[in-house]
Unconditional design. Sequence first.
Length: 504
Amino acid sequence: MKLELRGITKRFGALVANDHIDLTVEPGEIHCLLGENGAGKSTLMNVLYGLYTADEGEVLLDGTPQHFRGPGDAMAAGIGMVHQHFMLIPVFTVAENVMLGHEQTKGVRLDIDAARAKVREIAARFGFHVDPDAVVEDLPVGVQQRVEIIKALSRDAKVLVFDEPTAVLTPQETDELMGIMRQLKASGAAIVFITHKLREVREVADRITVMRRGAVVGEASPTSTDTELASLMVGRAVELTVRKGAPELREHSLEVSGLEVTDPRGAVLVDDVSFSVRGGEVLVVAGVQGNGQTELAEALVGLQRASGGSIRLDGTELLGRSVRQVLDAGVGFVPEDRNVDGLVGEFTVAENLMLDRLGGEPFVRNGVLQLGFRDEFAREKVDEFDIRTQGIDTAVGRLSGGNQQKVVVARELSRDLRLFVACQPTRGVDVGSIEFIHKRIVATRDAGVPVVVVSTELDEAVALGDRILVMYRGRVVGIVPATTPRDVLGLMMAGIPAEGTEAA
């Protein structure tokens, strides 16, 4: 089935999320839609899937205009979508999830046998090895994604949209998904693959369309280099390589021993984690999202209450201290979600740059905020960190994601640090901002500060890290050099230790 999008325009108030976009996907083709977060890719696909109604333009299937009132209409027309965050009911079986919303009955009862048969038929056709009676929450993430694909294929989808499908996969699971996409292509499906990962684009794409700020800015060949693709995405030349010399270890150190974090129900999220970081090195905490990395980082700064263990910075125990006390001890922290924990959107750039500086001089003197000093400081940091803003009095919520992240990084790196902790420091930012943030992290490491970075992006972990600590289900699988092969790191992310790894 041939898919055509003609002149699709979608507005949200004054924001033009999609600006007269044309896109054609042929049967038996993998068409990659490449662009940074916020480029408008997902909005475009949500129009295609009936979740949004376009303000202008039309969707055609085999030349016939379509008018979708919702996802049900899109599915009935032969469009299936595999979302980045799975749309599965964890406590249902595979068969129950596949039939959900399209229930068949036998008399007055659900025909679960028909659903099981459908799962087995599709699984056999593509070699998925999925048990129809398995409970979804008991399945590995990669298998859950196959269930999503089976759901789409069970409804005779001829056009398949994969929206950032590798975000929660190990490298091995990503390779398996690429193989599945090739099989689907060979079966005649038209595939739209949304991503911002250049390696994946070049591996499977037949054609590449690049979006930036809601518009198509060009098409590229799968033989294009990463630099060429990144330049199209950002609109300027970008250096993708993180340049750093060998670490020069200093006396400053972070020592974590037997750290344990539990949730309110008593489930262990961080399980007996131990490691050390010396000044002048970057330790990257890697793993598939949801394996305790976030809770570990938040425990380091007091946001998560640890139920056991020790966190010592230069010999001083931090465990049990408040967040304020931890920050005052010289710890800088970039949270995972800048909008929830890192910024106040209604506050100005200047106000956000001094959020944790209200304790005294030079920002506050005799209980009075020193506006002149604050504004001078803000202007310096806007220049130093290349924050693109109309002025320091602009509300930070009006900045792009990359510039918002630069505000957080600028604030945290502008203090006298003894430890720097950054969670997903480049999530949701453009390639140009990634380049800049990486340089600042390396500069902090080179200044002799211990650096802990939490990242689910394996390329980032390898590029930034001097050592990589891999977590799985709350435990340390191993600590390895950043030169460790990707396939070994991928196995570790699945819980399989590598030979010769550093003891946790």
